[in-house]
Structures are given as structure tokens and as C-alpha cells.
Design a protein around this ligand. Sequence first.
Ligand code: SAM
Length: 367
Amino acid sequence: MPGARAAEAAERHAPVLLDRCTAVLSPALQHPRAVSVDLTLGMGGHAAELLRRHPGLRLVGVDRDPHALELAAHRLHEFADRVTLVHAVSDRFDDALDDLGLDTVDAVFLDLGVSSLQLDEDDRGFSYARDTPLDMRMDPTTGRTAADVLNTFSHSDLTRLLRTWGEEKFAPRIASAVVREREREPFRNSARLVDLVRANVPAAARRTGGNPAKRTFQALRITVNDELGVVERTLPAAFERLAPDGRLAVLTFHSLEDRITKNVLRQLSSSSAPPDLPFVPEGSGPRAELLTRGGEQAGEAELAENPRAASARLRAVRRLPEQDRSRSSGRVTSRNPRQRDTRNSTSTNRQTTELGPDHGTTDGRTP
Ligand SMILES: C[S@@+](CC[C@H](N)C(=O)[O-])C[C@H]1O[C@@H](n2cnc3c(N)ncnc32)[C@H](O)[C@@H]1O
């Protein structure tokens, strides 16, 4: 049973672009045996709305954070007989569907990044606004922490991750300061890192663009959770698992994950034939139809209520039935939708829970 404060916060949590996400996915969920997978279940906000709108819908809810699953179980209690919870990283969802005997699904949804609850929990270490332990693991049961990264990575690896994943202009300077300071004492808490970043960016950079530690924290979080690698592996695999006319929708919150999403969806919705050919060769027509124009953003009313929605971008596709594909491109050679490569998967840690009356958690921990 989650703590009362956390459960209340979960109930209050406002899912981002809720109406638009539901509208994009709903056409695929009209039939009585529809199955939807939420690969970033969080506090179950989007999931609850889909379950409410589609009374026959079965939902598989995946999250890498056991605490999030506990909260979602609590929130989705009224739909318990239609919900299955899975503790896994999204790039392992294929195995979970195999275990559940589900060959294909009608919709897959991802709302990437950390939840507002994770940001607010002091022991999780995601926040640069308060002094918290430098953890940042979405799944606190496994893997290295942000402190481990700071205390063990070489100067060049720190520079690379700050530059690539934090888009930090002053990466070498910050990396040098980290290497120097950890000799005195290993990093444990966030306030010391925030002070260090502030002291190592020019005064002009301190005055603009919010907290100067924001980019360093983003880079550490992405590294600790292998966030971009996971998204790169998850999206193509999720698409392969869609039934014809099935829909995939992705909400991103920073430019790096949005770029990956845009590229994967654009590739799926483009013909692979050379553009100068006068005909489309067999099997090279688009596999998907884009359902969003660019990355759709929240409107003013939502932004006034929920400032976190400002960085959200929604992108979605519909999987084209093979016959539609062949209509535009000649005969289609079918691919094996079950073919997949999980060699690079992040986690082998996966547990499935039917959300029964006691809405048990995946590993029995209490928050
Ligand atoms: C932004 S929240 C989702 C909020 C949810 N849509 C709602 O309305 O309550 C993201 C959640 O997804 C989880 N998460 C993020 N990336 C994940 C991944 N690659 N695999 C599994 N869970 C992930 C996080 O632990 C977090 O609980």
C-alpha cells in the first residue's frame, strides 16, 4: 500500500496532453478485445482515462520504478480485472507480452522521462532544487547511481556525457572540477554538485536560462538510466508488435529523445525506395502513417495549469495494414513481427503482476 501522501499526490497528478493522447490512440481501441500497452505507466493517469473511455479494454502497464507501479495499482484499482502490471524497462516489454500470450497489441503509449512524483521525492535525487542524495535511478533496485558515475568516470567520459546528453557548453571545465573535487571527497549529495557547476560556468551563463546545473543533472539522469539507448531499442520493437491499424504514440520532454522519436517514426512512415525511381518497388512502401504534424504541443490553457507540459511533444503513427502498403507500393513481402534482438537490452529484471483485489506490488516492497 503506497504512503497516503504519495497516493494523494498521484491522484492530483495531471497527465500531459491527456485529451490529445487519448484521441490519437482511441480509434485503435474500439473493438471489444482491444489491448493497449502503457510502457511508462507512472501514476496511471493516461491509462485510467483509456480504461474509462473503453470499457472492454485490457491494459498492460509497464514501469521500471516499483514505487510507480504501487501508486498506479492504487489509482487503477477500479479497473483491476482489466489491468496487468509489469515491472520492467520498456525495451523488455516484448518478453512480457510473450509471457501473457499476446502476439500483437492495438496501441502502445510512452510518456517518457521522470514523473512529477519522482522529481518531488527527496530520496530519489532527481532534483537540483533541493539537497538530496545523488541517486537518479528510475529503478532504485538496480544499476549505478549518479554519484557512482561522478566518482568513477574518467575526465573524458564525463566531458563526453555532459556535452552529448546535457548539451553543456562548459563540459570540460565542469568535468575537470568534478575530478579535482572528488579527490578531496567523493560526491554524495546534489547541493555540492550544484555549487560546483555554478562556480564553473561564466557569470553571464549563471544569469540566463535557469539553474546552470540543469544540463548536468539531465546528462547524469540520461546516463544512469540509459534513457536514450532504451528509447532507440523500444520504439522499433513496439511498432513491430502492433496489429494492423494499431497506433503508437510517444510524449517526449527534451530534444534528444524527441529527435530519436522523430527519426524512428519518420523512417517508418517513409518509402525506402530511391526518390527518383518512377515506381515503388515491392515491399518498399511506408509501413506507417504519421498521425501528428511535427511534435504537437500543449495549448495555452494546459500550460497555465501545468507548466511542466511546456516541453512536451507528442508524435504518433498508425501501422498500415499490409494490403494498404501494397496498394501504394506493389506487393509487400511480409516481415516476421516477432523477430527481435534483445542482446542490448538494459535489464533482465522483469516481474508481472495481475492487478488483483489486494493490488499487490511487483516485488512486495513498501514505499
Ligand atoms: C512521465 S511519467 C508517466 C506518467 C503517466 N503517463 C501518468 O499519467 O501518470 C514516466 C514514468 O515512466 C517510467 N519510465 C520512464 N522511462 C521508462 C522506460 N524506458 N521503461 C519503463 N518505465 C519508464 C518512469 O519510472 C515514470 O514512472
